[in-house]
Design a protein around this ligand. Sequence first.
Ligand code: GFB
Length: 313
Amino acid sequence: MKHNDAIYVAGHNGLVGSAIVRQLTAGGFNNVVTSDRRACDLTDQAAVNAWFDQHEIDYVFLAAARVGGIHANNTYRAEFIQQNLAIQTNVIHAAYQHEVKRLLFLGSSCIYPRDCPQPMREEHLLTGPLEPTNEPYAIAKIAGLKMVQAYNAQYHTQYLSLMPTNLYGVNDNFDLNTSHVIPALIRKITEAKNSGSDKVLLWGTGRPRREFLLVDDLADACIFCLQQEHRYDVVNVGSGEEVTIKELAELIASVVGFTGKITFDSSMPDGTPRKLLDSSRIREMGWQPKTSLAQGIRATYTWYLDKGSEKVA
Ligand code: GFB
């Protein structure tokens, strides 16, 4: 990628897209192109085609998606499959028709089977049933990566799907009904501390294990991969740092300074028991994350106090 190439970041307002834009800008890429929903509804194929007609795009980062935590995935099942299938189909096909040089599609570690051997390798895809709470989202993401593979095979494109582990960071969603676990816990534990409460109630049993990656590290991986020679259609991106939800809650409580009791509501779903990615491919390519979970949580908490809490007030 040259510094003046036209680089389209689809989904630039979201957690991932905004981090890619920040990182590209910091790296001296001076022709980053974005589209807001009014200018181009990505679920509308005609609008997407018209938008690509008007912009000469060299590279695409496809970070636009309907996303959310376990409760949102489980509740808005129809919207998660319909919107994601539409967005990714429209953007990937328009990119192909407009001869973009390369495209990077963002998937998710929930594409792997619920009871997948750990750590999960790219070859484990489609070897067993999915986790029910996020099956519609996972099926859409699997369709996206299969579309990338099919276009590479038939049309000789060099598109790539990155499968990130659970992400968090600046611009995260702190709405308690739709958020992922880290922003939810930062908000719940901060509010418990501020209200003088001696306990906080979290979902599930606290026993599931999750691997987390700061979104700035993921953005770094995206830009790194799109500049490498094309070798793989699918690449996992994880930190290798895995904790139980209870350990995560204790870490967040120590960052926030909350000393009350952490309790769990086991009537809420746990989701997948464990999802640790095997990230050997990207490590062999020469990439590794820079931020530990503790550093990332401190940075996200600082941002939440500064900006995030205004958004959710
Ligand atoms: O991040 P999260 O919503 O999604 O939840 P998943 C992770 C774990 O945290 C689950 C527990 O075991 C939850 O029960 N948890 C505890 C909480 N308290 C809370 C809370 O207040 N809010 C939330 N959200 N969780 C998602 C998938 O799965 O991961 C998506 O649904 C996507 O498809 C995403 O793949 C990365 O890790 O379970």
